[in-house]
Design a protein around this ligand. Structure first.
Ligand code: DAH
Length: 360
C-alpha cells in the first residue's frame, strides 16, 4: 500500500487544478465513485489479514476524507470564482440616468392636476363631487338661478345659444357651473356639501379668456350654515391650495342673481414684475364670487327657504392654475402643443394628496 501517498498527491494536484465544476465532478467520480481509485483500494481490504486491514483501512479512509475535503474546498473556490466573474461582467452603471418608461413620459395637464388638487382639499373638508352636462337648458343655466327672462345679467354671460326648438326653448353651452347647484338640489336632500368642477363656455378670447374654460362651484345647503362657515371654507381652501400658512382675504359686496348677499373675494398677494406670491404683500387679486344662496333659488328647487339655507361660490380653475404655476397665457392651455405640456405638465404617478403634498 505504498502507493497511498503518491495517489494522494496525484488526486490533490488534479483537484487543485480543476478549472470548473464539471471537471471537478469528473475527478470526484474517478476517485470516490463506485469504480474510483480510492474505492478500488477499499475493495482490497477484504483480502487482507485483520491486522493489516486495521492499519490499511484507517489509512485509506484518511485518504478518502482528505480527498473529500479537498473536493469541497475546490468546489466553493470555483463557485466564488464564477460569482466574481458574473459580478464583474454584470455591473450596472448607476450613474446612468434611468430610462423613463412609457407610463412616465406622458404628462398630466395642469387643469387636470388643479382639479385633482381641489378635489383632494375639499374632500378633506367633507365635500363630494357632483357634475352636470356641458349642454344645459336655458332654464337651469339662467331661469332657475333667479335670472328672470330679459334680465340684463343674462347678456353679461356672452352665451353660446343652440338653435331654438319648435316649442321655443333652447339649449345653451353652460356659461357657469352654477346650474349644477339646481340639479343637485333637485335630486339630493340636504344636508348638501358638493363641489362641481367642470367646463364652461363664453364667447370671449384674449390672453386671460378662452371660449371654453373651467370653473369649480361649491354648494352647501342645510339648516344652519352661515357666512362665517363660507369664509372659513374659502380661507382654508386658499391656504391649502396656494400652500401657505396664512392668507388674508377681502370680501367685497357684489351682485349675482342667485345669491343674497353676494360677494367677490380678493386674496392677498405680492406682485414683483411677473412674479406673484400669495400669503404676503399689499396687493389684492380677485379670485372668486360667492354668497348666501338666494331664497328664490332654494324655493325653485322645491325646498323651503324658511327651513333651508346655505352658501355657494364659483371660482375660475384656469385662473388659479395660471397663478399657482406661473403660466402667462391661458390660450396655450388648449393649443395641444407638446412642448408646452412637457414643460408645464405633471408626472402621471405624482397624485396630489394632502398627506403626500399637493404639487409634489
Ligand atoms: N356663476 C358665477 C359666474 O360664473 C360665479 C359665482 C358667483 C358662483 C357666486 C356662485 C356664487 O356659486 O355664489 O360668474
Amino acid at each position: 500500500m505504498d502507493e497511498l501517498p503518491a495517489l494522494q498527491t496525484t488526486l490533490l494536484t488534479a483537484i487543485a487544478a480543476a478549472g470548473d465544476e464539471a471537471a471537478l465532478e469528473a475527478l470526484r467520480i474517478a476517485a470516490l465513485g463506485k469504480k474510483g481509485s480510492v474505492s478500488a483500494l477499499l475493495a482490497t481490504l477484504g483480502k487482507m489479514s485483520p491486522d493489516e486491514r486495521k492499519v490499511q483501512g484507517a489509512a485509506i479512509n484518511a485518504l478518502k476524507d482528505i480527498v473529500s475535503a479537498a473536493l469541497v474546498t475546490r468546489k466553493s473556490e470555483l463557485a466564488e470564482k464564477t460569482l466574481t466573474v458574473r459580478l464583474i461582467s454584470e455591473t450596472i452603471d448607476i450613474t446612468l440616468p434611468v430610462r423613463p418608461s412609457g407610463l412616465e413620459s406622458g404628462r398630466i395637464h395642469p387643469i387636470t392636476q388643479v382639479i385633482d388638487e381641489l378635489t383632494a382639499i375639499f374632500h378633506d373638508m367633507g365635500f363630494a363631487v357632483a357634475d352636470g352636462p356641458d349642454i344645459e337648458t336655458d332654464e337651469y343655466n339662467f331661469t332657475m338661478l333667479n335670472f328672470p327672462p330679459g334680465h340684463p345679467a343674462r347678456e353679461m354671460h356672452d352665451t353660446f345659444f343652440m338653435p331654438a326648438k319648435p316649442d321655443g326653448t333652447r339649449h345653451v353651452l353652460r356659461t357657469h357651473t352654477s346650474p349644477v347647484q339646481i340639479r343637485t338640489m333637485l335630486t339630493h336632500k340636504p344636508p348638501i356639501r358638493v363641489i362641481i368642477p367642470g367646463r364652461t363656455y363664453r364667447c370671449d378670447s384674449d390672453q386671460t379668456h378662452t371660449p371654453m374654460f373651467h370653473q369649480v362651484e361649491g354648494l352647501v345647503i342645510d339648516k344652519s350654515s352661515h357666512m362665517g362657515h363660507l369664509k372659513w371654507v374659502l380661507e382654508e381652501f386658499c391656504k391649502a391650495f396656494f400652500e401657505v400658512n396664512d392668507v388674508k382675504m377681502r370680501f367685497r359686496p357684489s351682485h349675482f342673481p342667485f345669491t343674497e348677499p353676494s360677494m367677490e373675494v380678493d386674496i392677498q398677494c405680492r406682485r414683483t414684475g411677473d412674479d406673484i406670491r400669495f400669503g404676503e404683500g399689499e396687493d389684492w387679486l380677485e379670485i372668486l364670487g360667492c354668497g348666501m344662496v338666494h331664497p328664490n333659488v332654494i324655493r325653485n328647487c322645491g325646498l323651503d327657504p324658511d327651513i333651508y339655507q346655505g352658501f355657494a361660490w364659483g371660482l375660475g380653475i384656469d385662473r388659479i392654475a395660471m397663478l399657482k404655476y406661473g403660466m402667462p397665457d391661458l390660450r396655450a392651455f388648449f393649443d395641444a402643443d407638446q412642448r408646452w405640456i412637457d414643460h408645464y405638465g405633471f408626472r402621471p404617478l405624482d397624485l396630489p394628496s394632502l398627506v403626500a403634498g399637493l404639487s409634489g
